[in-house]
Design a protein around this ligand. Structure first.
Ligand SMILES: C[S@@+](CC[C@H](N)C(=O)[O-])C[C@H]1O[C@@H](n2cnc3c(N)ncnc32)[C@H](O)[C@@H]1O
Length: 352
């Protein structure tokens, strides 16, 4: 065999060796690709300073995070857009539905920005408050329907009175599945939305498509708190807002469902500050904005859910807003920048 033949054989052997020998540096970096998505923005930024490779991995994680606030929990990605300062995204734990703090406190971290996109198989979306169901003496769920096509069926017991601010749907104790026509608020976000940064209001939720009047937009998901816990957390948030140099915003919403007599009968506290969904970005507008809220009760579920619907036609690139309330208890309330002609000048503030 001539010299050419020998060289070819050597090259072939070398190629084989390269394939067989593990590449420790490559495996090491692959591990970082899996570990870094679990870090908070501060931790990620510290790690990114330690080497060029980690800088590049952190950068791609940041890009992926800013391309979808919902971490694939929703049907469509919900990107962040910021042309006013250097915040690429807002950091929080995502839940597509209401959860109890006893569950959410087990989730100190949530992977966000992994290199591959898979539907999240995260236990957090399996522990919704909907698990809190009404049962009979034998422990069996009650008050569901056994229709096959509830939307079409006359007499489905779950299709109750839908008023201006209340609605009823099939729920956890019904025979029908998620595709049922009477579960329109239970399938997550199905409109194109985006989160846009404003110099004065912080992040805000925007329409990224035309929305017809009356469409379901999203629910207000977060931790459902006792009133005592809500009061404690609000005090903590007020302290953080006044002391932190980096504009801290909370998203604790108090809902009161009133009896016809006008007396409050049910109070629900939903905190989306640490654990929440896209609704935590909806800003206030003094003119009522373009979203209306409904308390949606699902058959068999103990607690209603707060859902947002478009109250009129909404154009692409319009900000989605609603009124946080009418009461302004604080004389030194936060300045309002809603820009409406009837702006009060300050944001609503209630006693939590
Ligand atoms: C539920 S969060 C809404 C999202 C928030 N902008 C953010 O960046 O996360 C409520 C906070 O947003 C800000 N905000 C909401 N509506 C506003 C408005 N009309 N004018 C000024 N700030 C507003 C206030 O800081 C308020 O405490």
């Amino acid at each position: 065999m001539g010299p050419l033949g020998t060289r070819k054989r050597c090259e072939a052997n070398q190629h084989q060796r390269l394939e067989e020998e593990p590449n420790p540096a490559g495996s090491f970096l692959q591990c970082f690709e899996l570990v870094l998505p679990w870090l908070t923005p501060q931790e990620l930024s510290h790690v990114s300073l330690t080497s060029k490779s980690l800088y590049h991995i952190s950068k791609s994680i940041t890009l992926r995070r800013s391309s979808d606030a919902s971490r694939s929990f929703e049907n469509l990605p919900i990107p962040f857009h910021n042309t006013v300062d250097n915040h690429p995204y807002a950091y929080f734990i995502y839940t597509p539905s209401q959860i109890l703090p006893s569950f959410s406190l087990q989730f100190q971290r949530q992977a966000w920005g992994l290199g591959f996109t898979a539907r999240p198989n995260n236990a957090i979306c399996r522990l919704p408050v909907e698990r809190l169901v009404l049962v009979d003496d034998s422990g069996k769920s009650v008050s569901g329907c056994d229709c096959k096509r509830c939307g079409d069926q006359v007499g489905c017991p779950c299709i109750g009175f839908d008023g201006l601010d209340v609605a009823s749907e099939c729920g956890p104790s019904c025979e029908c599945g998620l595709e049922c026509g009477n579960r329109s608020t239970q399938r997550g976000v199905s409109l194109r939305l985006k989160i846009v940064r404003d110099r004065r209001k912080g992040w805000g939720l925007y329409a990224d498509q035309f929305i017809e009047e009356g469409r379901f937009v999203c629910e207000y998901a977060g931790e459902v708190l006792t009133t005592k816990e809500a009061t404690n957390r609000q005090q903590k948030y007020d302290g953080l807002a006044s002391s932190s140099s980096d504009h801290f915003t909370s998203a604790l919403l108090v809902l009161r469902e009133h009896l016809p007599s006008g007396k409050a009968c049910l109070r629900i506290n939903i905190d989306a500050t640490r654990v929440g969904n896209v609704a935590r970005f909806i800003n206030h507008s003094c003119d009522g904005g373009n979203l209306s809220t409904k308390l949606v009760r699902s058959s068999g579920a103990l607690l209603p859910r707060l859902c947002f619907f478009s109250s009129r036609e909404i154009q692409e690139n319009e900000e989605l807003t609603f009124s946080y309330g009418e009461i302004r208890l604080r004389s030194n309330g936060l300045q309002c920048f809603c820009g409406s002609s009837c702006c009060f000048g300050t944001l609503p503030s209630e006693q939590t």
